[in-house]
Design a protein around this ligand. Structure first.
Ligand SMILES: [Zn+2]
Length: 185
C-alpha cells in the first residue's frame, strides 16, 4: 500500500514528464504546471491533488496506466522504482510483476540528458543534514590528530561539501521506494 505522500510523489514525477492524470474515467484530464515551485509542490499541483481526492479515486488514474488512484492507496498495490527509468510504478503486492512501466510509451525516456523529475527539497533540512555529516567527519576534539592527517580530512570534507552541494543543485529523485527487480528489457 502506498501512502498518500508516495502517490503524490508518483504523480509529481510523471507530471514532470508530461503524463496527465485522468479523472472520472476520462471526462477530465489534468496536468498541473509547474509541479514544483521553489522547495515545495506548486499551488497548481496542490489544487490538482485536491481535485483528485475530491473525485472518485476509483475512476482516476495516471495516463497510460490501469491502476486507479484508489488501488494505489489500497493494500493490494505498492509503488516501486522502475528498473529501466528509476521512476515510481505500481505493482501488485502479490502475484505477477508489472507488464509495463508508465515510461513504456515515452520514446524520449529514459534520457540522461534531460533533467530528471524531482521532488520538492526542504533546503533547510538538507543543509542541516550536510552540516551533521561534516561534523561527523571532523576529528573529535581531544583526539590526537596528526598534522598531515588533519589536513587530509579537511580536504575530504571540502570535497564532500562540493559533491553534496551538487546534489542540492541536481537532487536525485529522493524517493524512498524499493527498486523493481524485473529484467531490463
Ligand atoms: Zn520506467
Amino acid at each position: 500500500m502506498a501512502s498518500q505522500q508516495q502517490v503524490r510523489q508518483y504523480l509529481a514525477s510523471w507530471f514532470q514528464l508530461g503524463k496527465k492524470v485522468v479523472l472520472d474515467n476520462g471526462t477530465e484530464k489534468l496536468l498541473p504546471q509547474p509541479v514544483i515551485r521553489g522547495d515545495r509542490y506548486s499551488p497548481e499541483f496542490e489544487e490538482c491533488w485536491q481535485r483528485i481526492m475530491a473525485t472518485d479515486t476509483k475512476q482516476s488514474y495516471l495516463e497510460g496506466t490501469e491502476e486507479t488512484i484508489a488501488q494505489l492507496l489500497a493494500p493490494e498495490w505498492e509503488l516501486i522504482l522502475c528498473s529501466r527509468c528509476d521512476l515510481p510504478l505500481a505493482v501488485p503486492t502479490a502475484g505477477l510483476p508489472p507488464t509495463a512501466c508508465p515510461c513504456f510509451d515515452l520514446s524520449n525516456w529514459p534520457n540522461l540528458e534531460l533533467p530528471r523529475p524531482r521532488q520538492p527539497i526542504d533546503s533547510q533540512a538538507t543543509l542541516e543534514n550536510i552540516r551533521q555529516r561534516l561534523l561527523q567527519k571532523q576529528p573529535r576534539e581531544g583526539e590526537p590528530a596528526e598534522g598531515s592527517q588533519a589536513k587530509d580530512k579537511t580536504k575530504d570534507s571540502k570535497a564532500n561539501l562540493l559533491s553534496e552541494s551538487r546534489e542540492i543543485v541536481n537532487p536525485s529523485i529522493g524517493l524512498d521506494l524499493p527498486l523493481c527487480q524485473c529484467p531490463i528489457a
